[in-house]
Structures are given as C-alpha cells and as structure tokens.
Design a protein around this ligand. Structure first.
Ligand code: PHE
Length: 449
C-alpha cells in the first residue's frame, strides 16, 4: 500500500504566514513587553534584536535544513539523517519541550479568552486598579474557570491542526496573521494620540547602556529564542513542510523581521498607555492582564480598544500553539503510523491534562508544586531557561559539525541555485558563532559563569 502523500505548505506566502504565526505569539505581546519593562526598555530590546539577526537566524536555518532534508517530524528527522546515533534523543527533547511550553501557554491563552469576554461585557467599566487586580487574582486562582478556558482554547487549536498542513494550519494563518498585523497597526495609531506616546517611544528607542547587566543580556538572548520558536524542533517540523524551491535564507530573514517588528509594535501599543497614566512599566507577567484592563477602562474608546487588544492576544497565541501542537502531532502521526485525526485527539488529551494541572496548581494552597513553584512558573522556567537553550545549542552543533556538510549546503543554496555567498557566511555562523554564544548563555543560566 502506498503511504499517503506528506503535506506541505502550498505557497510562499502561506509558508511565511504559518512560520510567522508560530514566531509571533504570547512571546511578543505578553512576555516581551513585561521583560522589556522590567529590564529597562531600549537596551534590552537592542540586544534582543541583535541576537535575533545574528545568533538566532543560524539556528533557524539549521532547523529548516534538518526538517526539509528529512521531511519528517522532529524525532524522525534525526533518525533519518543520523541513524544509529544518539541524535534522535534531541528530537525527544524537542517533543518534551513542546509539551512543557503548552502546559503554561494554553493557560495564559485561555486567560485571554476570559478577558476578551470581560471586554465584550464591559466588565471593567468604572473599576479601580485594585478591583481589576482582585478580579484577575480571583480568576487565575479559581482553578476551574481557567481549566474551562484552556479546554476551549486547546480544542480550537486542535480544530485548526486536524485539517492538515495546507487546508488547516496554512489556511488559518493566512487569514489570522494579516488580521493581527492590521489590528496592531490600528492600535498603534491610536497610541499616537495618547499623551504618554513620546515617553513610550523614548523608553523603547533610546537605550540606557548602564542598564545592560549580564543578566539582562542573557534574558534578551533567551527571549529571542523563545520568541523565534527555536531550540525545540518546531522549525524542524515546519521546515519539513517547506517546498524545495523556496529560498530558506530569505524566509528566515523575513520571519525574524516579522517577529522583531511585532514585538516593537506591541511595545508601541502598550508603553504609551502605561506612561500616559503614570504607571511604572515593571509590573511583570501581569502587565497585560492587570495594568492594561485598568487603563482601557479609563481611556476614550477603551471599550473597543480592549476588545481588539484581547482579540490579538488570542490570535497571536493560537497561531503559535498550532505550531507547538503540530510538533507533537506530527511525531505521533508519523512515528506510530497513527492516522492524523487520532494523533490530534491524543495530543489534545495530553495538552488538556497538562494545562489543567497547571491551572489547578495556581489555586491557593494547591498541592501541585514542583520544586516549590506552581506548574506555571516551573514550566516557563524549565522551558525558557533550560530546555530551549540546550536544545538550540545541540541543534546548531548537530547541523554545523555532525550533519553531512553537503546536506547543509544543498538545503541553504537550494542545490547551488541561490545564496552561495550567504551560505558561506551562515556556515561560519552555524559552526562557530551561534554555538559559542549559546554555550555562554547556558553556562550563565546554570550559574557557572
Ligand atoms: N514563539 C512563540 C511566541 O512568541 C512561542 C513558541 C516557542 C512557539 C517555541 C513555538 C515554539 O509566543
């Protein structure tokens, strides 16, 4: 019996929309603003941008090359390119990382649905800052309501993934990503009219280099990897759906540009509002769920702005979760020869279980704790500070030192038809620059340097 044909992205725009959908996510709209706010703004942002275009793009190219060469899921790809070696283990690390990220990611994305509903119902109208804070804490710690939202959210993700690569993932990203950019641009235009706009722009654009401590630099490096969906096989999986005539170097550069632009746009959307109301930008992970709803309720047009804002948080999140979900889904589907629909069902049940446990662990006095933290903090730390940097380091070492060189060359030059010069540049980046930078990051995170 012939194997059914493997899916691929139908068009260049579709591929960029899908990969762009993966990179642009809560990392840009939730994590980036609060980290930039905590770490002094422009200097942090500058490091994040430089790292994205220097160290991170080579990792993305390595993942694309591995995926497109093997045309398999994250584990299958290593099995095919480096059989009888320990490398497939790296794919397993990627699958595990995808599950760890989805554990907390689906919960936060579920919150965005609750806040979207609250915005539609105009719940926060006339509320004080304290009331919004209590509402958020009560909701986030209530356990069961966040679980219901996480289930709704994960089911919506599964609905997109179940229809396949071109008809599901690509199709929805082609609609959702332009919509996201359009709404963001509208919200940034609105930001122009706020009294804190200038201060917001200064915070984002004028670096104060005295703020650049080693920890800030390392946080910015970690953020670049999280935000570009690197280090866990997501780009191996999506790379395996890229057609052979597409120019991967252009694609990686375009996607990195989208990621950085959306992060800066979200800064332009959020900080002017924060400064207009004289609030400090350092409120941490709660920035968009406590500070912003409070601001929206005081703004002219705040009702509509609030709805649009939580709508884009949801859109950004779901297009990223689709890619995380597909990492696990493709693995189950291909390595166990299980039909795509059944694989999606299995993945859905796993993610719902994990995210429900995460939501439960946030309840006051919950017994679900790992190393003293609730699952939310634990899984975010484990993935961002540990699994992604190790994964990224090993992937780039594999591509630069262990994968046969002609494969890398063939993939990055589309069999010598494009990019000969940029290939030489990226070969050096992949072999030397990225691994060294990542090794430094990891040593720092683990407290060795
Ligand atoms: N890049 C996504 C974001 O910015 C998160 C993500 C990480 C997605 C790793 C896939 C893989 O939100």
């Amino acid at each position: 019996m012939n194997k059914p044909k493997r899916g691929s992205f139908g068009s260049k725009f579709g591929a960029i929309a899908a990969i762009g959908g993966s990179v642009v996510g809560l990392g840009n709209i939730w994590r980036f603003p609060y980290l930039a706010g905590e770490n002094g703004g422009a200097a942090f942002i500058l490091v994040y941008i430089i790292v994205s275009f220097t160290v991170a793009i080579p990792v993305m190219l390595s993942e694309f090359a591995i995926g497109r060469e093997a045309k398999r899921n994250a584990i299958g790809a290593f099995k095919k390119i480096a059989p009888a070696s320990f490398w497939p283990f790296l794919g397993s690390l990627g699958i595990a990382t995808a599950l760890v990220i989805m554990t907390f990611y689906s919960v936060i994305a579920g919150w965005s649905l609750q806040f979207l509903l609250d915005s539609l119902l105009n719940t926060f109208d006339g509320w004080s800052a304290e009331q919004v804070k209590q509402h958020f804490n009560h909701f986030a710690q209530s356990g069961y309501t966040p679980i219901v939202w996480a289930i709704v959210y994960v089911s919506a993700t599964a609905f997109i993934v179940i229809s396949g690569i071109e008809k599901g993932i690509e199709r929805y990203n082609k609609i959702l990503m332009p919509l996201l950019v359009l709404i963001m641009v509208l919200l940034v235009c609105y930001s122009f009219s706020l009294s804190g706009f200038e201060q917001g722009v200064r915070f984002l654009l004028y670096p104060d280099f005295s703020q650049l401590t080693p920890t800030v630099i390392m946080e910015a490096v970690g953020q670049a990897f999280f935000s570009l969906s690197l280090g866990m096989g997501c780009m191996i999986t999506y790379g395996s759906y890229i057609k052979k005539q597409e120019n991967m170097v252009h694609m990686a550069a375009t996607v990195a540009l989208c990621d950085v632009s959306v992060a800066v746009l979200s800064g332009l959307m959020i900080f002017p509002a924060v400064f207009s109301f004289g609030i400090s930008p350092t409120s941490g992970p709660e920035l968009i769920f406590i500070t912003l709803p409070n601001l929206f309720s005081q703004m002219t047009g705040g009702y509509l702005i609030s709805i649009l804002f939580f709508l884009i948080v949801f859109i950004a999140a779901i297009t990223s979760t689709v890619s995380l979900f597909e990492v696990v889904n493709a693995y189950i589907h291909e390595e166990f020869s299980i039909g795509r629909k059944r694989a999606t069902l299995i993945t859905t049940l796993m993610v719902i279980t994990l995210s429900s446990m995460c939501a439960l662990s946030m309840m006051a006095n919950s017994p679900i704790r790992v190393m003293g933290d609730n699952l939310f903090i634990f899984s975010d730390n484990l993935a961002s500070n540990f699994m992604l940097p190790i994964g990224g380091l090993l992937i780039v070492i594999f591509a630069g030192w262990f994968m046969p060189k002609p494969i890398l060359e063939q993939q990055l030059t589309n069999s010598n038809t494009v990019n000969k010069r940029s290939y030489r540049f990226f070969y050096i980046m992949i072999r030397f620059v990225s691994p060294i930078m990542l090794a430094l990051l990891f040593l720092h995170i683990s407290g060795i340097i």
